[in-house]
Design a protein around this ligand. Structure first.
Ligand SMILES: Cc1cc2nc3c(=O)[nH]c(=O)nc-3n(C[C@H](O)[C@H](O)[C@H](O)COP(=O)(O)O)c2cc1C
Length: 178
């Protein structure tokens, strides 16, 4: 898809067709493409956990904390991003620059996931509202595992509109210095 068209059509989709599943092949392909994302010292400090099929419905309460994201019950697949351990060089760089690169790396790979999915005609929504303890338990991982983001994936319900993009005025967050 043309890049501008891709950026304009990618949106946070909050109504999924519960009868349309995303194939394992497509979910794995999205992750393969997303793994091409850059990360500090190429550390790739994350694990992408795909939850799909019958497990997706059981997983959805983990992204419905405090009554949020009710629509996620109809979502046929999720990718939970688990925080990994940054490489030693990345940790050194973090200390030197007083910057935590790990959440930045996770943000970038999330952007790759949603754009790769949209390019394949699959809609997404990045979810910050999540229950990390619940996700760790669900996946059988140790308590304390961190899941900074979850991404919902599926096919938008028929007729779900592509919204107009609402963004701050260009001059508000873009400058050019020559
Ligand atoms: C870090 C992050 C956390 C988000 N958490 C949620 C969420 O829990 N639920 C939700 O419906 N949307 C969530 N969103 C989606 C944003 O609301 C959305 O990206 C923003 O409003 C811009 O709209 P658009 O994605 O349709 O262009 C999140 C987005 C990001 C980047």
């Amino acid at each position: 898809m043309d890049l501008e068209k891709l950026f304009m059509t990618r949106q946070s989709t909050r109504e999924y067709d519960p009868d349309k599943t995303v194939s394992d092949g497509d979910l794995l392909e999205i992750c393969r493409l997303a793994k091409l994302a850059p990360s500090a010292v190429n550390s790739q400090p994350y694990i992408l956990h795909i939850v799909t099929g019958e497990k997706a419905k059981a997983f959805s309460p983990n992204v419905q904390v405090l009554g949020s994201n009710k629509w996620a019950s109809d979502c046929p697949a999720f990718i939970a991003l688990e925080e990994g351990k940054p490489a030693v060089v990345e940790r050194l760089g973090q200390r030197l620059t007083k910057t935590e690169f790990l959440p930045i790396d996770i943000g970038i790979v999330s952007a790759y996931i949603v754009l790769a999915a949209e390019n394949m005609g699959i809609q997404t929504c990045i979810l910050g509202m999540r229950n990390e303890k619940g996700i760790a338990k669900f996946l059988g991982l140790k308590e304390g595992a961190k899941f900074p983001l979850v991404i919902a994936l599926g096919y938008a319900k028929e007729g779900y509109p592509v919204r107009e993009k609402k963004r701050r005025a260009f001059e508000e967050n873009v400058t050019i210095t020559k």
